[in-house]
Design a protein. Structure first.
Length: 109
């Protein structure tokens, strides 16, 4: 996400907060859509308000409740990073759509 859509807002902190809330929604959507698993780091725009950081964290937790995969999320760090783990629910989309090249596989072995 970027702040281009919210450009021109008078309250910069409000713009940053709104952008981060939208990013939290999109991160959760993309994790489910792409079936991404493992250690995931979300890099949010730095927010001064601890209350805003907590609200973004709670938004992530709320959106991840819809996810069938097991997830664990940590609050936003002082560097603006949110760490989380997500277990894949099933085979990734690319793994189910594409087949490995038998020639490349034989050459590697």
């Amino acid at each position: 996400m970027n702040t281009g859509r919210n450009k021109g807002a008078k309250d910069v902190e409000k713009t940053i907060f709104q952008t981060n809330m939208e990013a939290a929604d999109e991160i959760c959507r993309q994790l489910r859509l792409r079936n991404i698993g493992g250690l995931i780091i979300g890099d949010f725009i730095d927010m001064k308000s601890r209350r805003d950081q907590q609200a973004v964290f709670m938004r992530m937790k709320d959106r991840l409740k819809r996810d069938k995969a097991k997830t664990h999320v940590l609050p936003i760090s002082q560097l603006g990073l949110m760490e989380m783990t997500r277990q894949r629910a099933q085979e990734s989309l690319s793994g189910s759509v594409y087949e490995p090249c038998p020639i490349a596989t034989a050459a590697a072995g």
